[in-house]
Design a protein around this ligand. Structure first.
Ligand code: NAD
Length: 269
């Protein structure tokens, strides 16, 4: 998701410092951005000049300190509250006091991340969808403590990327994932009850509901570990049985079958 967000930003004219933890993930992130832009150049949706300018706007770094001059930082690390809170407190000390701190979390309490900083009014959720280059929705998350100005800036930023922002309350799953993940989880339970094969369930939702992608292909795209974390948050906050992760999801995470990113999930890649 971090690479996808960086690509959307450089394409729209924003200079980006993409901070990664290792040189290896930095190379992978740069390769992703270059591949996506090259694809669009090949299709003729962007010209050579636009392509080259976008590539020039991207700087990949492993040093958090390199973000010190940024006026907006969008965090998109692992879906773990403790990890994100730690990062937010580090960024809070590093950044200019006027800078905005945003999170791409799918379900975690953005208010709790705001509370890890001394600028809670400048902390906001800017939630993108996967793949970022294709999906135009952005959920802008209104915490208990955010200022109207921050919300407006976050929405304006999303629009500057050609996205369509909607403002949502800081509740687990916001709008899309609160509706989507109980459905994805229910598909896994149907499979566990052998109601139909995985391929046929995917086909059913595509052909019967005009969904662009079936639930198993979508779980593989999202990542089983991310799905498990999202379901865990949803269940904890709502107590809704539909969000209680199906055993298959837990076992697949334990086995490291996390979906497309590991080459194996419900399908093999
Ligand atoms: N996958 C999706 O479809 C999707 C969609 C929207 C939002 N999100 C959100 O985006 C965020 C990232 O998800 P993803 O799918 O890109 O996950 P991912 O597993 O592909 O990437 C997670 C990144 O976090 C880094 N990371 C792991 N542990 C870390 C630590 N302790 N400190 C710093 N960095 C660490 C990893 O190196 C990796 O680069 C999550 O908050 C997730 O909820 C995901």
């Amino acid at each position: 998701m971090g690479s996808g967000i960086a690509e959307a930003c450089v394409r729209s004219g924003h200079p980006v410092w993409l901070r990664v933890r290792t040189d290896r993930s930095g190379q992978a992130a740069r390769a992703y951005v270059e591949r996506t832009l090259a694809r669009d150049l090949g299709r003729g949706t962007i010209g050579q000049e636009e392509h080259d300018a976008a590539i020039d706007r991207l700087t990949v770094t492993t040093r958090l300190e390199d973000l010190a001059g940024c006026d907006l930082v969008i965090e998109s690390v692992v879906e773990d509250l403790a990890v994100k809170r730690h990062l937010f407190s580090e960024l809070d000390q590093l950044l200019d006091p006027e800078a905005l701190l945003a999170t791409n979390t799918s379900t975690l309490a953005v208010t709790s991340l705001a509370a890890a900083t001394k600028r809670p009014d400048k902390v906001v959720g800017i939630h993108f969808f996967n793949p970022v280059s294709r999906l135009s929705l952005v959920e802008v998350v209104r915490t208990l403590v955010v200022s109207e100005e921050t919300l407006e800036e976050a929405s304006a930023f999303a629009r500057s990327l050609g996205k369509e922002p909607i403002t949502v309350a800081d509740e687990a799953g916001f709008v899309v994932n609160a509706l989507l993940f109980p459905y994805l989880n229910s598909a896994v339970r149907l499979l566990e009850r052998r109601v139909a094969s995985m391929e046929d369930i995917d086909r059913a939702m595509k052909l019967g509901c005009s969904f662009p992608i079936g639930p198993f292909a979508l779980l593989d795209l999202v990542g089983l570990d991310v799905a498990q974390a999202i379901l865990g948050e949803l269940y904890q906050e709502t107590g809704d049985q539909a969000a209680l992760a199906a055993p298959t999801i837990k076992r697949m995470c334990a086995a490291g079958y996390l979906g497309k990113k590991t080459g194996r999930g419900f399908y093999t890649y």
